[in-house]
Design a protein around this ligand. Structure first.
Ligand SMILES: Cc1cc2nc3c(=O)[nH]c(=O)nc-3n(C[C@H](O)[C@H](O)[C@H](O)COP(=O)(O)O)c2cc1C
Ligand code: SF4
Length: 661
């Protein structure tokens, strides 16, 4: 049989390195350091991806200078004390057969005073287009100070045993701010003509080469954002890359998408198409004659990656979220079993969603991400004593608990009340562009099949039936049900929405499960600010309903904001003419109209609607757990049946319990 990915597993030379394949775990701020030092969390995280077959790992960026600090979890800048800590990571990654580089960054005008406590340095002192702060126009002495700071940061990486460094010029970071005539308005030797605008990056790369020697790999990361007139276009980048390449200043260039002005395209959610960086990589390859070209951005799967290499769009690919979601993506692809790859669902909920809040990152589909040091990686420890485990409920919590328990050697029965797996998560997969969720449910189904889990469909279990199974441990993962009260955060003392009994009121589950009979004008009461209600509103608007969303929040998609999906959603709403009413609640439902209370003006208005859809907090369905209380059975309550939350909590609890049983 021919290999499914014949192009991806060809070795590649990169300066003095030979990479074992074309898959790179590209740089991203994992934000995991403790006191600015990489510790056990980092070590476990990178080692797992190297063990999983990635050819090269680019460790998260080190800010090169006090003015470059951006996150609470940033590594210490300008401090040789980091070297022994990084050496442990370099040794662990090398021991697994992967190359390791470190990213270095300075984001110029876009740094964060609240973390650095330094004014932001930039070429011309322009305000950041990313946040509210202005910046300081560097003196020549300060420019030279930064050139040396890059050199010293690279020296630390080399002394720690890294194979090279990558400089982040992407997303309008400092390198691009020097390159761009829009950001660089200097009239001295560092700005003006094309050559003068190249001087900073050339000085930095030359200094690093001087310090780190001929064997050290030098890469530069760039990005393209065709929607922004204020960042460099691909044509500019082609000219810049050709200039650096002709002078042999770097060994590879990697191209992603998006910019600091709008994070949404940096790590594209499911709202975007796939393989966004490769077309730009292909353009760079036309002009870059010596260096390697890497493509980034939503490449996600081995099939996509192989296609990029096959078509010659790039020499190598960075897959970041795909390998956060499945650290063993590369090995599974190499072994010809892509059906075992746990696909990233492009949700950004736990990776960027946690980085956005300045926490260390993890993953919705892979809660072991960032916890490898305490939970182990993807190869689970076998159970000390294999037991018979009954899991009741085939939603994400139950599926994950069943999978992990079975993989550890337990004999597992999964009882699901309906005729399908996935629970309410399956309904989310029916929302526009969210079919990756259905792929994930299919992945669980495949894995349970391989692990010989006995799945009993249409099996609504009562306490008696549970006892009759003779299970040694019982996992209750029965999920949650719509509250059907219309309770709203904004009106916390009212247990029920006045007039809810007047009819034409449906839950999100009714709508997505196709049980609702809706009129044309639909009011979605979104008390949650995430995809539950908003993806449903989108689905209804796409079907032609006249949709209005009312929320107590000051913006649509408050919980989606952290995933960088909010702007694109609001854009979609604008396109579909979805009306939005902010900072308001539904005070009364009349069956054919709603009285809406505006929290700011305290005014009420009554608007006509045919149907009301409630996106409010669901209630745990834990009656089986109650019935089994005191029965002496080893009972475990997880997921929404314990407390209603989003999918990451359910999968996390399923994994944690599966590892413990
Ligand atoms: C949590 C997170 C943090 C990131 N931080 C960085 C960073 O510090 N430097 C960088 O060059 N790219 C960063 N990126 C962008 C990634 O390198 C990559 O371009 C992006 O995730 C798209 O690729 P993917 O679809 O394979 O994830 C980050 C991405 C994520 C998800
Ligand atoms: S949290 Fe979502 S987007 Fe991020 S890696 Fe995991 S599945 Fe992918």
């Amino acid at each position: 049989m021919t290999h499914p990915f014949p192009h991806l597993f060809q070795p590649l030379t990169l300066r003095n390195l030979t990479l074992r394949n074309r898959i790179v775990f590209g740089s991203h701020t994992a934000n995991m350091s403790a006191e600015g030092l990489p510790g056990e969390r980092h070590l476990g995280y990178y080692r797992e991806r190297a063990r999983g077959g990635a050819a090269m790992i680019v460790v998260e960026p080190v800010p090169v200078h006090a003015t470059a600090v951006l996150t609470r979890g940033n590594f210490r800048h300008s401090d040789d004390g980091v070297i022994p800590h990084f050496r442990r990571i370099a040794e662990a990654v090398h021991a697994e057969g992967a190359a390791i580089l470190q990213q270095l960054y300075h984001v110029g005008a876009h740094a964060d005073w609240d973390n650095s406590f330094e004014a932001n340095w930039s070429p011309s002192g322009l305000p950041s287009m990313h946040d509210q702060d202005g910046s300081h126009a560097m003196t020549e002495a300060q420019i030279l100070e930064l050139v040396e700071a890059y050199g010293q940061a690279a020296r630390r990486a080399r002394e720690a045993g890294f194979d090279g460094i990558e400089i982040m010029g992407a997303y309008n970071a400092l390198l691009e701010q020097f390159w761009s005539p829009f950001c660089n308005r200097r009239d001295d030797a560092w700005g003006g003509s094309f050559e003068k605008r190249m001087r900073f990056s050339a000085a930095v790369l030359t200094r690093i080469r001087e310090i780190c020697g001929e064997r050290f790999v030098l890469g530069v990361a760039i990005s393209v954002d065709p929607t922004r007139p204020d960042v460099l276009a691909i044509e500019d980048h082609m000219e810049i890359a050709a200039w650096h390449d002709a002078r042999g200043l770097y060994d590879y260039v990697t191209v992603g998408t998006g910019s600091y002005f709008e994070f949404t395209r940096i790590m594209p959610t499911f709202q975007y198409g796939e393989k966004l960086g490769p077309p730009y990589a292909a353009q760079l390859k036309q002009v870059v004659k010596h260096a390697r070209v890497q493509a980034e951005s939503h490449i996600r799967t081995p099939a996509n990656a192989d296609e990029v290499i096959r078509t010659g769009e790039a020499d190598m690919v960075s897959i970041v979220r795909g390998q956060i979601a499945d650290p063993h993506l590369a090995n599974k692809a190499k072994e010809g079993r892509p059906e075992d790859v746990r696909g990233c669902i492009s949700c950004n909920q736990m990776c960027w969603g946690r980085r956005y809040r300045d926490y260390w990152i993890s993953c919705l589909v892979n809660p072991s991400s960032g916890r490898e040091f305490e939970w182990g990686g993807d190869t689970f420890r076998p159970a000390d004593r294999p037991r018979k485990v009954l899991v009741v409920g085939g939603g994400p919590a139950g599926l994950e608990a069943a999978r992990v328990a079975a993989e550890r050697g337990h004999r597992v029965i999964l009882a699901e009340a309906s005729d399908k797996l996935g629970g309410r998560f399956r309904l989310a997969g029916e929302q526009p562009r969210r079919a990756q969720i259905l792929d994930l449910i299919q992945w669980w189904e495949t894995q349970l099949g391989k692990l010989q889990v006995e799945v009993r469909f249409n099996s609504y279990m009562d306490a008696e039936e549970v006892r009759a199974t003779g299970a040694d441990a019982v996992v209750i993962a029965t999920g949650a049900l719509p509250a059907e009260t219309g309770y709203q955060r904004g009106l916390p003392t009212r247990e029920r929405l006045t007039g809810i009994e007047r009819g034409n009121v449906w839950s999100v589950e009714d709508v997505m499960g196709k049980a609702a009979r809706l009129g044309n004008r639909v009011l979605v009461l979104d008390d949650l600010g995430h995809w539950h209600g908003l993806g449903t509103a989108w689905a209804l608007a796409e079907k032609g309903h006249a949709v209005t969303v009312v929320t107590p929040d000051p913006q649509i998609g408050r919980s989606i904001l952290r995933t960088s999906g909010d702007w694109q959603l609001r854009r979609k709403f604008a396109e579909l003419k979805v009306e939005t009413i902010l900072e308001s609640a539904v005070e009364e439902w009349h069956g054919d109209s709603a009285t809406i209370l505006d929290f700011l003006t305290e005014q009420r208005r009554t608007l006509p609607f045919d149907s009301l859809v409630l996106a409010t907090v669901n209630v745990p369905e834990a009656s089986l757990a109650k019935d089994l209380e005191g029965s002496g059975i080893d009972l475990h309550l997880i997921g929404d049946a314990l407390a209603t939350r989003q999918a990451p909590a359910a999968i996390f609890e399923g994994r944690r319990l599966g590892l413990k049983l």
